[in-house]
Design a protein around this ligand. Sequence first.
Ligand SMILES: *[C@@H]1O[C@H](CO)[C@@H](O)[C@H](O)[C@H]1NC(C)=O
Ligand SMILES: *[C@@H]1O[C@H](CO)[C@@H](O)[C@H](O)[C@H]1NC(C)=O
Ligand SMILES: *[C@@H]1O[C@H](CO)[C@@H](O)[C@H](O)[C@H]1NC(C)=O
Ligand SMILES: *[C@@H]1O[C@H](CO)[C@@H](O)[C@H](O)[C@H]1NC(C)=O
Ligand SMILES: *[C@@H]1O[C@H](CO)[C@@H](O)[C@H](O)[C@H]1NC(C)=O
Ligand SMILES: *[C@@H]1O[C@H](CO)[C@@H](O)[C@H](O)[C@H]1NC(C)=O
Ligand SMILES: *[C@@H]1O[C@H](CO)[C@@H](O)[C@H](O)[C@H]1NC(C)=O
Ligand SMILES: [Fe+2]
Length: 439
Amino acid sequence: MKLLYAVCHLLSLAPWLVCCVPPIWTQPEQVHLSYPGVPGSMEVTWTTFNSTNSTVEYGLLGARLFDTSVQGMSTLFVDSGDEKRAMYIHRVVLSGLKPASTYVYHCGSDEGWSEVFYFTALNDSLLFSPKFALYGDLGNENPQSLARLQKETQRGMYDVILHIGDFAYDMHEDNGRIGDEFMRQIQAIAAYVPYMTCPGNHEATYNFSNYRNRFSMPGQTEGLWYSWNLGTVHFISVSTEVYFYLEFGLDLLFRQFAWLKQDLEEANRPENRAARPWVVTMGHRPMYCSDDDQDDCTRFDSYVRLGRNDTRPPAPGLEDLFYHYGVDLELWAHEHTYERLWPVYKDKVYNGSTEHPYVNPKAPVHIITGSAGCRERTDRFNPHPKDWSAFRSTDYGYTRMQAVNATHLYLEQVSDDQDGKVIDSIWLLKDKHGPSAWL
Ligand SMILES: *[C@@H]1O[C@H](CO)[C@@H](O)[C@H](O)[C@H]1NC(C)=O
Ligand SMILES: *[C@@H]1O[C@H](CO)[C@@H](O)[C@H](O)[C@H]1NC(C)=O
Ligand SMILES: *[C@@H]1O[C@H](CO)[C@@H](O)[C@H](O)[C@H]1NC(C)=O
Ligand SMILES: *[C@@H]1O[C@H](CO)[C@@H](O)[C@H](O)[C@H]1NC(C)=O
Ligand SMILES: *[C@@H]1O[C@H](CO)[C@@H](O)[C@H](O)[C@H]1NC(C)=O
Ligand SMILES: *[C@@H]1O[C@H](CO)[C@@H](O)[C@H](O)[C@H]1NC(C)=O
Ligand SMILES: *[C@@H]1O[C@H](CO)[C@@H](O)[C@H](O)[C@H]1NC(C)=O
Ligand SMILES: [Fe+2]
């Protein structure tokens, strides 16, 4: 007996036994929410490694737990890495939710249930003043702002989170395990409020398949471009990456452009713009920036801003389109810094007035917020920024925004380095929206 024990010990059988207890592949993980764009709805997305049913059980906070049960669907996602790791992505849309009511839910199947989470159904009133946290470039390693965002989100400070591209660094790495790891990290945020996304360059591997498979955004484009409404805001999310990864299809660039034109046309119909005067865009790579990183803003004219003339046919950029349709605010990331710009069009500043540049500005306002924290750390600034650069910071952090009402929108920058201090803030005031506001 003693000898056997010794032999086992020698061969390290104990760890071998531990490692071979079969994991529970039917257990839900990586739970996150998104807003499908239909008032009174919420989508729950999660992962299992074996095929299971897709069920969400939920109920109003304070009422009987889980009195409603909804079935959804799962799709098999096979990562394109060497191991061809397979996982099931489950999606369930909850509908008919009572606006502004809090629900308790869990998800999974009779082969395994998630932890219990809660969310507040978005208030669908045009008078609602939603609060956002927004940032780009948050990684699995060195996610500086994550803890603060987790705490603030769980305390109810935000209605929606916007992640403006570049996730995990990179989701496809280690055969998709970095993607799994990252989705587990953001669960402490994303299982409580809708987590709305757009693709960045770090998602490009295997034609953005990790991005397209893991998130569930409105529309039929696998989250590449889409729009949705909340309070007084019409939000448009775009893929700036269609200007860079032509190998995945130049048609994507033209399809997005055509869709954008139509979406902006619709948003500007007088009755729509009257109801939702703010048009806010988000996309990963900025049109303007002053980082010293030899990237597209500083080294050559931005493809996103001006388009490309080396494609057949030439590809139109987004600056003229957004200006023409009176986009109020453009949110970007990619540069691992924070930068606020004076109202700008065609490289020229169009302040509302010198004393009050953001009161009735004569061009769109741009914010670049890509300093949430990732393994690439923060970037350095070019010491001689152009006239349009209003405020810059290399601190880790993120942006808060509140669309207060038809005339008032507030933005502030949180420094994680300075223990959550607000280091920049503006009120954007507009009596008039749409292209006529520029005149
Ligand atoms: C369950 O998932 C594991 C890990 O992906 C896989 O090895 C196994 O074949 C799966 N089993 C079934 C029944 O699908
Ligand atoms: C999955 O759902 C179907 C239909 O509701 C049900 O018949 C089946 O028993 C469920 N399977 C498991 C493993 O729970
Ligand atoms: C939604 O927000 C509006 C504006 O703040 C408020 O008047 C209304 O009561 C809210 N709706 C609900 C159901 O709480
Ligand atoms: C890349 O993915 C997009 C979105 O699914 C698809 O339309 C396109 O055809 C794909 N490109 C290639 C080269 O497979
Ligand atoms: C093509 O675009 C580049 C900037 O991206 C510009 O420098 C060049 O002059 C343009 N060429 C033509 C023929 O318009
Ligand atoms: C815009 O306003 C800011 C703040 O008052 C000022 O510093 C800047 O010079 C103005 N730019 C122009 C072109 O008027
Ligand atoms: C919009 O919000 C601002 C800031 O809270 C407030 O001063 C203003 O009176 C509001 N306007 C309307 C029409 O309620
Ligand atoms: Fe990026």
